[in-house]
Design a protein around this ligand. Sequence first.
Ligand SMILES: *Cc1c(COP(=O)(O)O)cnc(C)c1O
Length: 369
Amino acid sequence: MQNIYVTKPFLPPLEEYYPYLEKIWASGVLTNGGQFHQELENALCKYLGVQHLSLFSNGTIALITALQALEITGEVITTPYSFVATAHSLLWNNIKPVFIDIDPDTLNLDPSKIEAAITPETTAIMPVHCYGNPCDVDAIDAIAKKHDLKVIYDAAHAFGVRCHCGSLLKHGDLSILSFHATKVFNTFEGGAIISPDATTKQRIDQLKNFGFVDEVTVTTAGINGKMSEINAAFGLVQLNHVDYAIAERKEIDSFYREKLSGIEGITFLDAAGSSTQNYSYFPILVNENFPLSRDGLYQQLKDKDIYARRYFYPLISQFPMYSNLPSANIENLPNATKAAEQVLCLPIYPGLTKIDQELICDLILDING
Ligand SMILES: *Cc1c(COP(=O)(O)O)cnc(C)c1O
């Protein structure tokens, strides 16, 4: 039997890529805002329902650049329950992360904990739409406005998610996407920043191109964060299939919810109210009423070549470059600490067969006895 991983990159038929590659070879334009770069920016704006989007080489450089674009300094309030790149982007900007706890129901940053963490040094909030489930954007936006803070959403999980006011990506000052191979929509490696206006987008486009304003003018110490024509072309092909990919994920999500509901000691996150979902992950929480610990279940699945993942364990705040911060104290983060001990993300991706879905559920059901 083949190993089953938590995700598997979605790849459309190879033939669909060839015409794009031929055009790249014919034009000789490999990067620096070529035809496919432009086409993908336009196509993504349309698909996502946003007006201004800048492509990047990856999501982490996009996060780092977003902080630069808004000239964020001092302290930024963020969640410990995320992929490590969220907080790393702060350290790369010499910003001090201040971790606050998460809401136990959504596993997103708890807005009611923000105000107590604000100091004179605080300049911004960096929440994460964890697993693609929207943060309480209205509460976060209101607090930010009241205290004159910027909000940068790490929306790496939230491709295509729509909320009560259209695209979820329109909230805050900037939102960041990742198009890494493991994400719902991928360009092999890639990312993007969604801007509210053309001026901000222009500034971000300069920052991702060394700070060049024109051929002879460099106004800021920008970085090289450009997406290549190959990655942009792969994105255009992927985009034609993304609705199918999300629909496949939705079927698996429904299957798991049906088969695994009512198991003593296992809970899921609620399907997110009025917003759409992209089914990017299927986290289950294994509590003390289940016969095995989360790690026990993780190991039993692994012994059967099923590689579920403990996203997000350890908490970012537990890594050595963060663990000495006062806000990293586990007493400050009880809900995040508990979630990190209980969560297990089950395999979910287009092409995961019904047989494998059954196998995974049966293994869990059998343990329950
Ligand atoms: C994937 C991910 C990133 C990093 O994106 P890359 O494109 O891999 O650099 C950042 N934040 C979160 C929450 C992610 O899941």
